[in-house]
Design a protein around this ligand. Structure first.
Ligand code: SF4
Length: 310
């Protein structure tokens, strides 16, 4: 089984192992949490699950137009997280070059000057060849997109948009705060500017069937994304979804169902689109139980893909 992974894409391009360094900027938040779009966030959101070192205080809002009083703290935190992580990556994965991955919350949801400063600071770090910015499609300004369209000419630049599903009823049910038209509009605009886009999709969302998963996949590919992340829907503690799971209202996707739709997706993935993730590890997991052991989960999926991808 030969998957065109993002690692391979980077190795072809840089002729060495390039590894993403996940960063959580203190003060950043999400419009789906702070009330600009909604409160409470997506039903599955407990952002600390994905980024344990998350700082929860001192939010920076979009309306913050004057000097950012915590920018020095944010830059210091960015550097500290980078230098704390890199020795491990060198030792464990033989990484030589890095992409700074702005991972937690919504990393284009802050005043432009703040964003520009942080992206530029990331690019000054040693052996950094690019940045990858995780965000929502309803939270990126034209000013930021224009700036990124120039930045892409001097570095390896990626924007990672959460697509999750193309079914508007599901997006409403999970309290996503935007519809698929918004996803389509923003990704199309980003691609028109020549910026690399990675799309996240989730299989196993409430009330969805195999047909929904397939539609989400084909709708996402049709937007011209360059890379994709797949994962099953996780139920973590202290989320709205946890309540629905505990009362039996939500039933997680099974390992077999997930393996089957993942295989179908990879079979239908255009050759030039790299795969960044086929599943993920998560802290505070309640369900699916088969996701509790990440290495077993990955080994099962690899065996399944090996047996079914022809
Ligand atoms: S967009 Fe991301 S950070 Fe915001 S509520 Fe949803 S999962 Fe949480």
């Amino acid at each position: 089984m030969q998957l065109y992974t993002f690692g391979k894409y980077l190795k072809n391009k840089f002729n060495t192992t390039v590894y993403k360094v996940p960063i959580s900027i203190p003060g950043f938040t999400c419009p789906n949490i702070d009330g600009r779009v909604a409160r409470g966030g997506c039903v599955f959101c407990e952002n600390e699950s994905f980024s344990p070192n998350l700082a929860k205080k001192e939010r920076v809002s979009l309306n913050f137009e004057s000097d950012n009083p915590i920018i020095d703290k944010q830059i210091n935190s960015l550097r500290k997280q980078f230098f704390d992580t890199v020795p491990f990556l060198q030792h464990r994965f033989d990484a030589h070059k890095y992409i700074v991955y702005f991972q937690s919350f919504t990393n284009t949801y802050a005043p432009f000057k703040t964003l520009q400063t942080l992206y530029e600071e990331a690019l000054k770090l040693p052996n950094v060849v690019g940045i990858s910015i995780g965000t929502r499609t309803d939270s990126i300004s034209d000013e930021t997109l224009q700036y990124l369209s120039h930045l892409k000419n001097r570095t390896e630049l990626w924007i990672e948009y959460g697509i999750q599903t193309s079914n508007d009823a599901t997006l409403q049910l999970i309290n996503r705060g935007h519809d698929f038209a918004n996803v389509a509009h923003t990704i199309t605009k980003t691609k028109q500017l020549g910026i690399n886009v990675c799309g996240h999709v989730i299989y196993g969302l409430p009330n969805e069937t195999k047909d929904d998963y397939k539609k989400t996949f084909t709708d996402s590919i049709a937007l011209g994304i360059d890379s994709i992340k797949f994962h099953p829907l996780y139920v973590t503690k202290n989320t709205l979804l946890a309540k629905k799971y505990e009362t039996g209202e939500f039933v997680p996707i099974t390992q077999e169902e997930y393996a089957e739709i993942l295989t179908w997706s990879i079979k239908h993935l255009p050759k030039h689109i790299s795969i960044q993730r086929i599943t993920a590890g998560v802290e505070n997991l309640l369900a699916p139980s088969w996701c509790k052991n990440k290495s077993k989960q990955i080994s099962y999926l690899h065996k399944y893909l090996n047996a079914h991808l022809h």
